[in-house]
Design a protein around this ligand. Structure first.
Ligand code: 3HC
Length: 303
């Protein structure tokens, strides 16, 4: 197999230890799962995606097709690569279909019990050499690895939204992850065209430990009446060159997701940095979870 990326336009990428990875299993076809599926399929991997209800897989494929169509329309992708990418992705009705996968990434909702149940089942069906990875942004990797008999082959692969655009993957090493597994995961991330950084298994890893307090502080500024949401966002876009202001980014990431991560980090570190401001909690209680909900800090219902 010759893994390729759109940018590489056919040039082989040095895949190092990840050269043995041919078949990638992805559990979950939501925003993150489908983004990872798109990038892996575009790189040339065979991708199996599991959703309990096929309609969620079909929605995911619809979004991937739309994303690829945009690239074609912009002249950044040819029709042939688009079709190859789509043909590399197929539906797995059951986790047992992952039996011969080389690398499985879980990208389901941030619920530890759901994740543990998935990994327990995968452990029973996947070949012993298969590496397990979780795309969690905050749940300890060790807690999930503990339900399997392959703790050394268990790693965190934290991708960023939108996955096709954001260049980073945090590779998270638990107490038991072997050097070989970290190396394979690092090489796999690089083969996908990503920059990889290694992080320890503490809530928030590297990015969210920095990003979440920043987002919470922006909500605190709004709550305290320091400035309007637009002014806070404009200040960071025009003053610091950020692609999005913090409150737009909060809507983009999801208020519920951010609150969930903040609460886990607060529970772990007991630091005011991670204490969610009441306004964030109220907005989440009201269901204003961000862009995906049509309303977060901003109202998207008219768009
Ligand atoms: N899929 C594929 N490509 C996409 C895309 C998507 N969903 N969204 C945007 N793009 C591409 C566009 O096609 C365009 O490509 P081009 O430059 O080659 O033509 C490029 O990205 C820029 O897009 P747009 O011109 O449409 O829009 P913007 O310039 O406003 O960029 C953005 C959109 C890339 C989302 C930019 O605003 C951005 O980088 N925002 C910050 C995102 C960020 O910080 N993400 C990390 C969140 S934290 C996280 O995920 C961790 C979690 O644990 C919380």
């Amino acid at each position: 197999m010759t893994p390729m990326t759109e940018e590489a336009t056919g040039a082989a990428i040095s895949a190092g230890a990840s050269k043995d990875i041919k078949k990638v299993g992805i559990v979950g076809c939501g925003l993150m799962g489908r983004g990872i599926a798109q990038v892996a399929a575009q790189t040339g991997y065979t991708v199996l995606t599991h959703e309990q209800d096929k309609k969620f897989f079909d929605n995911g494929i619809g979004a991937i097709t739309k994303s690829l169509d945009k690239r074609v329309a912009k002249g950044k992708l040819d029709e042939d690569t688009k079709n190859k990418t789509l043909s590399n992705i197929s539906f797995a009705a059951s986790l047992s279909d992952f039996a011969d996968c080389d690398f499985v990434i879980e990208a389901v909702t941030e619920n530890i019990e759901v994740k543990k149940a998935i990994f327990k089942e995968l452990d029973g069906v996947c070949k012993p050499s298969c590496i397990f990875a979780s795309n969690t942004s905050s749940i300890p990797i060790s807690d999930m690895a503990a339900v399997t008999n392959r703790r050394d082959k268990f790693v965190g692969t934290h991708f960023f939204n939108p996955v096709p655009v954001m260049k980073l993957v945090e590779i998270v090493r638990s107490i038991d992850t072997s050097d070989e597994t970290v190396e394979i995961a690092m090489d796999f991330g690089k083969a996908l065209g990503k920059k990889t950084v290694e992080a320890k298994d503490t809530p928030g890893f590297i990015v969210n430990v920095l990003l979440v307090p920043y987002l919470l502080d922006a909500v605190r500024q709004l709550e305290n009446g320091l400035a309007t949401a637009k002014e806070i966002d404009d200040a960071m876009v025009f003053g610091c060159g950020h692609p999005m202001g913090p409150l737009t980014l909060l809507d983009f990431v999801g208020l519920d997701t951010t609150l969930f991560i903040a609460d886990i980090m607060f529970e772990e570190f007991k630091s005011v940095h991670y204490a969610a401001p009441p306004l964030l909690r109220r907005l989440v209680t009201a269901g204003y979870n961000g862009k995906k909900a049509g309303r977060g800090v901003y109202d998207y219902s008219a768009k």
